[in-house]
Design a protein around this ligand. Structure first.
Ligand code: APR
Length: 247
């Protein structure tokens, strides 16, 4: 796969790098992307109609079971070479921030340390009533448990449609986009705001911006460079080209 020398040189010399990932970076781990057609029991549901406070209010058991299904997919998955390449890159760059829209936790399982989870995490929970964290050793598969403090329903600690991003996570992400010299936007359709604004914020602040995807999407033509290949193959190739053999 042909990687432009300009990107290899920039990566090799970069001191400040920010990365935004979407569901595409987990696709080669077997985790369906958010807009992949859902399969089996869930084929008849549109994710956007399940990932919302109204959906949870209307049918908490259904929404809870959908997230239990998604957790089961992630538990059966492993980080892929794309995740591992990003964990390796973090160890080589002085100022590195990995911002993810993914809620699957695979970046941390791959060894990434400084991960900003813009949309939360499937394996964290909070109370739907008092909004405070709830610790669950295991999540019951069939129905949401009750909050030990107030008896409210427990929900996944993920950002649902119509909800605000965690303020601190968003501030950290914007600061990283504004100070980086190289911004990699990997495996995202670029249709959900404000996450999709981050590469544009980086570019307007002077960073060299790169999209890695398997097909052109909403960001096409808006960044400095667009590379179309699976991230699980392209990222290791990029790391090898820039730094020699990588684990
Ligand atoms: N390598 C790189 N990109 C890939 C790969 C791959 N192997 N496979 C798929 N892609 C790309 C697709 O082309 C698409 O652009 O990944 C992207 C996945 O897009 P979405 O399913 O929309 O996922 P994402 O961009 O992460 O969605 C953003 O929207 O629905 C909300 O909160 C949800 O975090 C999610 C957010």
């Amino acid at each position: 796969m042909q990687i432009p020398d300009t990107l290899i040189e920039r990566l090799r010399k970069a001191q400040r790098v920010a990365v935004l990932t979407g569901a595409g970076v987990s696709a080669e781990s077997g985790v369906p992307t958010f807009r992949d057609a859902q399969t089996g029991l869930w084929a008849r549901y549109d994710p956007a109609e399940l990932a919302s406070p109204d959906a949870f209010r209307a049918n908490p058991t259904l929404v809870w079971q959908w997230y239990a299904y998604r957790r089961s997919l992630v538990e059966a998955a492993a980080p892929n070479p794309g995740h591992l390449a990003l964990a390796d890159l973090e160890r080589r760059v002085a100022d590195f921030t990995l911002i993810t829209q993914n809620v699957d936790g695979l970046h941390r399982r791959a060894g990434s340390q400084n991960v900003v989870e813009l949309h939360g995490n499937l394996f964290r929970y909070r109370c739907f009533s008092d909004d405070e964290p709830v610790e669950l050793t295991t999540a019951p598969p069939d129905a949401p448990p009750r909050c030990p403090r107030c008896g409210g329903l427990v929900r996944p600690d993920v950002v649902w449609f119509g909800e605000l991003l965690p303020p601190q996570a968003w501030r950290t992400a914007v600061a990283a986009a504004e100070r980086c010299e190289l911004f990699l936007c990997i495996g995202t359709s670029g249709v959900v705001r404000p996450a999709a604004d981050l590469p544009l914020i980086a570019r307007s602040a002077g960073a060299y911006t790169v999209e890695i995807n398997i097909a052109p999407g909403a960001l096409d033509g808006l960044l400095d460079l667009h590379l179309y290949a699976p991230s699980g193959r392209l990222l290791p190739a990029l790391m090898t080209a820039a730094f020699g053999h990588t684990p």
